[in-house]
Design a protein around this ligand. Structure first.
Ligand SMILES: Nc1ncnc2c1ncn2[C@@H]1O[C@H](COP(=O)(O)OP(=O)(O)OP(=O)(O)O)[C@@H](O)[C@H]1O
Ligand SMILES: CC(=O)N[C@H]1[C@@H]2OC[C@@H](O2)[C@@H](O)[C@@H]1O[C@H](C)C(=O)O
Length: 376
């Protein structure tokens, strides 16, 4: 007998707070089996102190369990507020929204077991609180099951990138957030989806330290510097770049300590030269990661905050040769909203009991359901 249960489609909210911890992105997305349309967007600012604390939390070896518990609840409240503000702004009621997909805030990502210590990944932001405060069914904890099935638990957005490009198309989607990840699509199949390495995080760290600014606006500072070839090749010698996919990483690896530990003496260089060389590191590692893993040249659709860095985009094009570099705007979705929209779409998939084969992305085995449902 054919399954007559109607698919759950309509309005979904995606919530994303990424590794840059620059605010909660909330996207209202209309989704059905034929189309994905971004209906409304809203960014909920995080108090500066909280951003600083979350940055520290994601790096610190020791942190008070009580405080992690409190931050879990504080973020749950903020994610709920972000959803409520979004709904209020566009006049959507809680009964119209099918579900919220909340990624949470990653505070640690250790996707590889070390000896007898198991792999783990940890996102906080209490989904019970989100469901309770919004009255909307919430899907969260998207990564845990993939890890349990032997996968890296990241990246997950490649599934959404495939849905965006369509069943038959080829192309590469390159997300440049704090970290960067690439999805290589070959006639509708995901050939590979993996983290290429640092996106903006090292550039941001350097900017905060030397300009007291959160990022290098449009790459203007880096453009004034000179790329230092010896330093660049030293950085590119890191084993992560040579590793074959599946692979994923985080700010617990590519951070200020990495920069210092991997550079004989940064004080030998002008700060602007380091900014230029860090931008080049992101550009080269993204381009090489793609070229080494793609079976044929294709268009590269960039998304994430890095798409605003004009200097970085130029350098990616230089290193990508015949691959034409553009943004996901060409696919009809603003590059700033791809990740939040991805979690709306993953909530849609979960609400319709979809499972995924993520073998070519995270390396997990079997058909994996992504996300846990917290009923309204
Ligand atoms: N105009 C701009 N010029 C240069 N860089 C920019 C600009 N706007 C945003 N960015 C960069 O984009 C970053 C934010 O990107 P995004 O919001 O995609 O990151 P994220 O979602 O936190 O990261 P991730 O994808 O790793 O989880 C900022 O920290 C900054 O480095
Ligand atoms: C563990 C974690 O939060 N990883 C993020 C991070 O930010 C970019 C990159 O590293 C990617 O692997 C992932 O996010 C996106 C949304 C993903 O899973 O596809």
């Amino acid at each position: 007998m054919p399954n007559s249960t109607p698919r759950k489609s309509g309005l979904f909210i995606g919530l994303m707070s990424g590794t840059s911890v620059d605010g909660i992105d909330a996207a209202l997305v209309r989704i059905d089996d034929e189309s994905i349309q971004l209906a409304h967007t809203y960014t909920h600012n995080l108090p500066e102190q909280l951003t600083a604390e979350l940055h520290r939390l994601s790096l610190s070896e020791t942190f008070c369990v009580d405080r992690i518990g409190q931050l879990h609840r504080i973020l749950g409240d903020l994610f709920a507020e972000a959803s409520l503000c979004l709904m209020q702004q566009c006049g959507a009621s809680m009964t119209e929204v099918v579900a919220i997909g909340s990624h949470g805030q990653t505070i640690r990502h250790r996707p590889d077991a070390v000896g007898s210590a198991p792999a783990f990944t940890w996102q906080i932001g209490d989904a019970h609180t989100i469901a309770q405060k919004t009255g909307v069914t919430t899907v969260a904890d998207f990564r845990g099951r993939d890890l349990a099935a032997g996968g890296q638990a990241a990246p997950l957005a490649p599934l959404f990138h495939r849905a965006l490009l369509g069943e038959t198309q080829s192309g590469v989607v390159l997300n440049i957030g704090g970290l960067a990840n690439a999805t290589i699509l070959n006639k509708g199949q995901i050939d590979h989806g993996f983290d290429t390495g640092p996106g903006n995080t090292l550039i941001d760290t350097w900017c905060r330290e030397h300009l007291d600014r959160p990022f290098d606006t449009d790459g203007e500072w880096a453009r004034t510097g000179n790329i230092q070839p010896a330093l660049l090749s030293h950085w590119l010698g890191d084993a992560y770049f040579a590793k074959a996919p599946p692979k994923s990483t985080g700010r617990e690896y590519f951070n200020h300590d990495w920069l210092v530990a991997n550079s004989a003496s940064l004080s030998r260089y002008q700060p602007a030269d380091i900014a230029a060389t860090l931008t080049e590191l992101t550009a080269v590692s993204c381009a090489q990661g793609i070229i080494q893993n793609a079976s044929a040249p294709a268009k590269i659709y960039v998304c994430g905050g890095g798409a605003h860095n004009a200097f970085l985009m130029e350098r990616i094009q230089v290193h990508s040769g015949v691959y034409q570099v553009t943004t996901t705007q060409e696919l009809g979705i603003n590059p700033d909203w791809i990740e939040a929209a991805a979690f709306a779409w993953l909530a849609y998939a979960r609400m319709n009991d979809q499972r995924f084969d993520l073998h070519s992305t995270t390396g997990s085995e079997g058909q994996v359901p992504l996300g846990v449902v917290y009923p309204a």
